[in-house]
Design a protein around this ligand. Structure first.
Ligand code: MF3
Ligand code: CO
Length: 250
């Protein structure tokens, strides 16, 4: 069941999204060769707490960190570690926050120093994919319109989408209905209604869309070890264009 949020609930989701997105954006300036993903995670946790919120991922199904930090062939759910970033890497930074029991979820893949043209193109296309999808997130449209826009745009740029991981409703839980696939048919799926809040999160691969989950139980990588990028916004369906709750002010 897709929960329609009240104005009061949207207020808290918006605050959680703001904390998550401002935190995410402030990480950009720290992402440089020489910093470890543990250091980035510690910074993220402190920022979320300093803003009076709670890290949403910590404690979620036994996950022990405030962020997911996914480097190069890691698609999502990379676990912060002693791994040190180096020039040319790309890193997906995924941040969630809780305010008054309501969630916000946002992610962006960032370059580490100067990156290859091929990586730059992948980041650009994945970000564009997210914004094209958000344009489809209008009252009266179908969820499949969003999903198919992601798949079509990715294909048009020569990339494959990940088919085993999804966007999701966001509200009183990090993951609610509906699932938001990164592929699908226009005109299919549930009708979008005012007051729905969900995360749209395209994951694009240079190689095939196939994934492998590592033995740590979390880290999802590309089967062929080629690069993957991930961008995510939490959006609210309104009377008009979707409201990007994780747009942030920074
Ligand atoms: N933002 C991610 C998602 O929506 C992270 C959740 S996994 C977690 O899937 F355990 F780290 F929280
Ligand atoms: Co998410």
């Amino acid at each position: 069941m897709i929960v329609i949020k009240t104005d009061e609930e949207v207020k808290f989701i918006r605050q959680a999204c703001m904390v998550a997105s401002d935190t995410l954006r402030s990480v950009r300036s720290l992402v440089k060769p020489g910093i470890s993903t543990n250091e980035l995670d510690a910074y993220i946790e402190n920022e979320i707490l300093a803003k009076g919120a709670k890290p949403a991922f910590k404690g979620y199904r036994g996950y022990r960190h405030a962020s997911c930090l996914s480097v190069n062939e890691e698609i999502v759910h990379g676990i912060p570690s002693k791994k040190v970033l180096k020039e040319g890497d790309i890193i997906g930074v995924d941040v969630g926050a809780i305010v008054n029991g309501y969630y916000g979820d946002v992610a962006e893949t960032m370059p580490v120093g100067k990156i290859a043209k091929s990586a730059e193109k992948l980041l650009k296309a994945t970000k564009e994919c997210l914004y094209i999808a958000i344009k489809k997130a209008k009252r009266g449209a179908r969820l499949g319109d969003i999903s198919s826009a992601i798949e079509q745009y990715a294909r048009s740029k020569g990339y494959n989408v990940v088919r085993d991981l999804f966007g999701h409703g966001v509200g009183k839980a990090l993951h609610e209905d509906p699932l938001v696939p990164n592929f699908g048919k226009p005109g299919s799926g549930p009708k979008l209604e005012k007051g729905m809040t969900f995360a749209i999160e395209p994951m694009l691969n240079i190689g095939t869309g196939d994934i492998v989950t590592l033995d740590d139980g979390w880290t999802v990588i590309t089967r062929d070890r080629q690069l993957s990028a991930h961008f995510e916004h939490t959006v609210l369906i309104t009377e008009g264009d979707a409201d990007i709750l994780t747009k942030g002010v920074i």
